[in-house]
Design a protein around this ligand. Structure first.
Ligand code: UDX
Length: 444
C-alpha cells in the first residue's frame, strides 16, 4: 500500500531517502528550509554527486510520486509518516553533536500535526534523544501522543546510497511498546521486508546505539589496521599482506581493512566524537575511552603522510611542487567534509610546498572549503613540474594511471600512495620512487 510521507532535510540522507521511498511506490514530499535546494530538486537536479540518484529522482518526479517544498504546513497536511533526515553536525569547538536542526523540525512541525501521525527519526543522534523528542512532540501537537515517534536509523554509505537505501542490510525500528509505529514502519519497508531484509524491533535507546556503535566499530576496524601499518613501518612489514592474511579469517573479514590515510567524511569522525561526549554525560566515559585512541591513530596517519613526502624530497618542502590527486574523503563522492586528502594538502602547504590539487568530482566543494589551496583541472595539469605526486583518494582514474603519461610532465619521479591503491610494481618498473603507508615493498 502506498503511504503518504514527508522527508525533512534533503541532504545526502534525506534526498536519497525521499527518492528511494518514491521508487518503492510511496507518495513522497521532500521538505527543506533552503528554497534553492528545494527548487533544484524539483527540477530533478541533485545538488551533490551520488551515482544513480539523479535517475531515481527524475523517474519518480515524472511519475508524480515525488515532490519538494519548503512549506511545513503543506508537509503536515500531506504526510501520515514524517521522516527526519536533517544533519547533526559536531558543535564548534566541542565533541558533542548539535541537535538544533532536529529540534527545529520537531518544534515547527509538532504544532501543525492535527491528526495522528508517525514521526520517524533517521538522523544520527546522541542516545536519549528519541525519548526527549517523543515527549516534546506529544506536548506540541494538538492531538498529543497520537503523534508517535520511532527511531529508524540509516546506514547508507555515500557512493552507494541508492543501493543501501533500496536494499538495506537490516532495518532497525526503535519504538515504544503498545503503539502503531512498528506496523506502520513494516508497511513503509514492505518491499524490503518481503525480500528478506531483517526487520529488528527494539527500544529507542538501543536503536540509537545501534547506529553509533556500528560507526564506532567501522572506525575502530580502520584504525586497527592503521595501527598495524604503524607496526609494519616500525619493523619493516607490509600491512597490505597482513590485512589479506588476517582477513581470510571469516571472524575478521577483509572488508574495511584497507590501511592508508584513514577515515574522514561527514559521519565516522563526528559520530565517534559525539558518542564519547554522550558517554561522558551519562557517566560511562570509561566505556569509550578507546575511541579517543581510534581518533588519534586516524589523525596520526595524516601527519605520517606529510613526513613521508618530506623525507622523499630530502627533508624540506620549501620550494617544492606537490601534486595532490584526490580531495574527496573517499572515491565516488564529492564530499570534502573532514577529508584526509585536503587536510594533508593543507599541512603540506603550511610547510612551504606549492600544492596543486585535482579531484574528478570534488573541485567545487574543495575550492569553497579551502580557497587558499592551489587547484588544477586534470591529473596532468596537477602534475606539471611536480617534485612528488601524492595519491590521497583512491578514485578509479588514479588507480589506472599509467606512469608513462607523466613522463616529461613531472620534475621528479616520486609517488606517495596514501591509499595503497596503486600497482606498486608498475610504478617501480617505470623508474619511480614509490612510497606508501605501512609497506616495505620487498615483495612487490
Ligand atoms: C559511513 C558508514 O559506512 C555508513 O554506514 C554510515 O551510514 C555513514 O558513515 P561513509 O561516511 O559514506 O559511510 O563512508 P565509508 O565508506 O564508511 O568510509 C568512511 C571513511 O573510511 C572513508 O574516508 C574511507 O576512505 C575510509 N576507509 C574505509 C578506510 O580508510 N579504510 C577502509 O578499509 C574503509
Amino acid at each position: 500500500m502506498a503511504i503518504r510521507m514527508t522527508v525533512f532535510g534533503t541532504g545526502y540522507l534525506g534526498a536519497t531517502h525521499a527518492a528511494c521511498m518514491a521508487e518503492r511506490g510511496h507518495e513522497v514530499l521532500g521538505v527543506d528550509v533552503d528554497a534553492e535546494k528545494a527548487e533544484r530538486l524539483k527540477a530533478g537536479d541533485v545538488p551533490f554527486y551520488e551515482p544513480g540518484l539523479p535517475e531515481v529522482l527524475k523517474r519518480n518526479i515524472e511519475a508524480g510520486r515525488l515532490r519538494f517544498t519548503t512549506s511545513y504546513e503543506e508537509a503536515a497536511e500531506f504526510g501520515d509518516v514524517h521522516f527526519i533526515g536533517v544533519g547533526t553536525p559536531q558543535r564548534r569547538g566541542e565533541y558533542a553533536a548539535d541537535l538544533k536542526y532536529v529540534h527545529s523540525v520537531i518544534d515547527t512541525l509538532g504544532p501543525l500535526l492535527k491528526r495522528p501521525a508517525l514521526i520517524a527519526g533517521k538522523s544520527t543522534v546522541p542516545v536519549g534523544t528519541a525519548t526527549e523528542l517523543a515527549e516534546r512532540v506529544a506536548r506540541l501537537s494538538p492531538v498529543g501522543d497520537q503523534v508517535e515517534l520511532a527511531w529508524n536509523p540509516e546506514f547508507l554509505r555515500e557512493g552507494f546510497a541508492v543501493k543501501d537505501t533500496l536494499e538495506p542490510d537490516r532495518i532497525v525500528a526503535g519504538v515504544q511498546p503498545g503503539g502503531k509505529a512498528e506496523a506502520i514502519l513494516r508497511e513503509v519497508y514492505a518491499k524490503a521486508v518481503d525480500a528478506g531484509t531483517p526487520f529488528l524491533v527494539m527500544d529507542y535507546a538501543t536503536a540509537e546505539l545501534v547506529k553509533v556503535s556500528a560507526n564506532a566499530f567501522l572506525a575502530t576496524k580502520i584504525s586497527f589496521i592503521n595501527a598495524m601499518a604503524e607496526m609494519c613501518e616500525a619493523v619493516g612489514g607490509d600491512v597490505t599482506l597482513l590485512a589479506d592474511a588476517i582477513g581470510h579469517d571469516t571472524r575478521i573479514g577483509r572488508r574495511f581493512l584497507n590501511a592508508g590515510l584513514g577515515f574522514g567524511g561527514g559521519c565516522l569522525p563526528k559520530d565517534i566524537r559525539a558518542f564519547m561526549a554522550r558517554a561522558g554525560e551519562l557517566g560511562a566515559d570509561q566505556a569509550l575511552t578507546f575511541l579517543r585512541e581510534v581518533d588519534n591513530i586516524n589523525m596520526r596517519r595524516r601527519g605520517r603522510m606529510v613526513e613521508i613526502a618530506t623525507e622523499a624530497l630530502g627533508g624540506t618542502l620549501i620550494g617544492k611542487n606537490v601534486a595532490v590527486l584526490g580531495a574527496a574523503f573517499k572515491p565516488d563522492s564529492d564530499d570534502v567534509r573532514d577529508s584526509p586528502a585536503l587536510n594533508v594538502a593543507g599541512m603540506l602547504q603550511l610547510k612551504g610546498a606549492a600544492v596543486s590539487v585535482y579531484d574528478p568530482k570534488a573541485m567545487e566543494n574543495s575550492r569553497k572549503m579551502f580557497p587558499t589551496l592551489g587547484y588544477s583541472e586534470s591529473v596532468v595539469d596537477a602534475c606539471e613540474k611536480a617534485d612528488i605526486v601524492l595519491v590521497l583518494t583512491e578514485w578509479q582514474e588514479f588507480r589506472e594511471l599509467d606512469p608513462a603519461e607523466l613522463e616529461g610532465v613531472v620534475r621528479g619521479r616520486v609517488v606517495a600512495d596514501g591509499r595503497n591503491c596503486l600497482d606498486a610494481r608498475k610504478w617501480i618498473d617505470a623508474g619511480w620512487n614509490y612510497r606508501a603507508l605501512g609497506r616495505n615493498l620487498s615483495t612487490v
